[in-house]
Design a binder for this molecule. Sequence first.
Ligand code: SF4
Length: 363
Amino acid sequence: MRLYREVPLEELSGMADAERFRHVPERRVSYQIDRNVNYTNVCLSGCKFCNFHCRPDQPEKAYTLDFEDYLPKIAEMKALGGDQLLLQGGLHPKYGIDWYETLFRRLKEAEPSLKLNALGPPEIAHIARVSKLSYHDVLVRLRAAGLDTLPGAGAEILVDRVRKFLSPAKPTAQQWLDVMGEAHRLGMSTTATMVYGHIETLEERIDHLLALRALQDRRPAGTPGFRAFICWPMQLTGTELLRLADAGRLPAGITLPGEPAWQADPSCRWRPDEEFLRTVAIARLVLDNVDHIQASWLTVGLDTGARALHAGADDMGSIMIEENVVSAAGARHLLQEGEHTLRTAIEAAGFTPWLRDQCYQPR
Ligand code: SF4
């Protein structure tokens, strides 16, 4: 907490930078080309920060992609040099293990070289509930059907005080960690995320990082566990959470940044870019057992993302050919010019860009 609140940004960034070069000694920064496909927006969860989902009883808004919808998306991604689909969607009341197995198998049959970085702990827990299976059995069956890696989606802040208010139908912090622990025991490669800047306290951000670190320490020897950590600020525009705050209807003890109670702490009055850089740097220092830290430029913009390369990050994430979820809540930083722009930003920051696969190997 003293690092977070008291140490000047330049000094904090320098410490994180040194830790970054301990993990990745070369002056190079990786990136990836993939496509985010949101297979359905029907979701039982109703998280208060999510503009993307709709309820099952809203047929005018609900969609589920047909299998034929995937094929041009894959072809376009391959033409742009991509090799992976990041498949994420809502917690659909009718979709159990069979639905996902069928989808994954058909995708791999249509394009055998395709990598599937798919779902996340909330979806795994949902499938387990719908199909009455253990997390272990869901993961084993999905891997057999084509799941390659498990993204760290749906973590937000792994503290139940926060989750009970923001996303009460999602897995608890312990359930999220249990799914990831099971994936690690199976030798799967995963990532960890944190979405900050809403109702959490700074201490709860640190609790989140320490929970990830403890789980990573328990991964079986020789397995990657969390290959990377990615954090970004919550996009609040148009969300139910912001509407409740604007109407003065947040319950006692729940406060958003920008409100007097939160800002009573003078150390928290950072500009958004400084807060992001501080958070990346702290993550690099706390997560000393995770190899890579991603600069999530999608929500903070390319300039701030590139500055994070001097605050502990060694990866610029993805070109992200399609993205519907955070952009539904105000993130507007999609790259129009694609790979060339990302490489130029990495070079301007003083690093050599290199294109990686999902396991951080050169392509
Ligand atoms: S964030 Fe995910 S789980 Fe929550 S409402 Fe949106 S789609 Fe559903």
